[in-house]
Design a protein around this ligand. Structure first.
Ligand code: 13P
Ligand code: SF4
Length: 301
């Protein structure tokens, strides 16, 4: 592994590549990245990135977002079939049909959507800003929230609007149950439970905090408990342990794993850099149309 890491660092230098990694990828991938973050943080980095070559360690909708926001860069996704099953639950053709049936609704797309789907919605959001984005919309407008019915319902608990939810979800977060949270609380008394808002609303209510993976780190910074139960994909725990070495972090049982995120290996990163392979390709019209709802999201103050 050390040889492979050294080879990647050498290739990074010779190609000038900037490596982005999502909080869920394997520990050894996070350790060779220039930036590790949640979807919103990575989008902002991509927008401000001047590098000719971006290597994106995450799933395809994230690499597409980087390409949309940094169209002049070559963006590589080391494993082209690292996808997000939730993003595939709202195909562009179905969203267009839904639009024609709901002409007065504002279409809000969670960033976990394909570029083609983003290209036919009004505004995007991430789990870090979903409440803020929906609150920014006119109060008399119906909100069509896609594809994550759980995130949408969690937002609707605090932001009053008329909603219609797409019937999608993250199969990994949707499987987390109240029993799992209660068992973890019993096993680790005194440790607050931090959950991702892609979980079902009734499960979120069993936890102490709900936040995007990036905001989970701020919660830990501001809560001086000795330990925390982490109710999301286990990859984030590596970052938590690195940033807060004096705290304890406990994963749920059974452990929550996104197999697509775990498809990114050091070998695939090395090969992508070495052979400049698996470039994210989007046509100019898709980039143009998908950029608009993302920029609207980034413009909400
Ligand atoms: P974050 O933006 O909170 O990192 O979430 C992305 C994701 O895919 C969660 O499953
Ligand atoms: Fe998609 Fe769920 Fe994996 Fe996040 S954890 S990338 S929502 S499948």
């Amino acid at each position: 592994m050390q040889d492979l890491t050294a080879e990647i660092l050498e290739l990074k230098k010779s190609t000038g590549a900037v490596i982005f990694a999502h909080n869920y990828v394997a520990a050894e991938i996070q350790d060779i990245a220039d930036f590790v973050g949640d979807s919103l943080e990575l989008s902002l980095k991509a927008r401000d990135c001047k590098a000719e070559l971006i290597l994106f360690c995450g799933v395809s909708f994230m690499a597409e977002t980087a390409k949309i926001l940094s169209p002049g860069s070559t963006v590589l996704l080391p494993v082209p079939d690292a996808g997000c099953p939730m993003a595939d639950m709202a195909p562009a053709e179905e969203v267009k049909m839904m639009r024609s049936e709901n002409p007065d609704a504002v279409f809000v797309a969670y960033v976990n959507t394909t570029a083609a789907t983003k290209a036919c919605v009004d505004i995007c959001c991430t789990s870090a800003n979903a409440e803020k984005i929906v609150s920014s919309l006119p109060a008399d407008k119906k909100v069509l929230f896609l594809p994550d019915r759980n995130l949408g319902r969690n937002v609707s608990e605090t932001v009053e609007r008329e909603y219609k939810f797409w019937d999608g979800c993250c199969p990994i977060h949707d499987k987390i149950t109240c029993d799992m949270i209660l068992a973890a609380k019993a096993a680790h008394p005194g440790c607050p439970v931090i959950i991702h808002p892609e979980c079902r609303p009734e499960v979120v209510k069993c936890a102490d905090y709900a936040a995007s993976t990036g905001k989970m780190l701020s919660i830990i910074r501001n809560d001086n408990s000795e330990g925390f139960v982490i109710a999301t994909e286990e990859g984030i725990i590596h970052r938590m342990k690195k940033e807060f070495p004096d705290r304890k972090f406990y994963a749920l049982t059974p452990c929550v794993i996104c197999e697509d995120m775990k498809k990114i290996t050091l070998e695939s990163v090395r090969d992508a850099l070495k052979f400049k392979q698996h470039e994210v390709k989007l046509d100019a019209a898709t980039i143009e149309n998908a950029r608009l709802p993302i920029e609207r999201m980034l413009d909400v103050k």
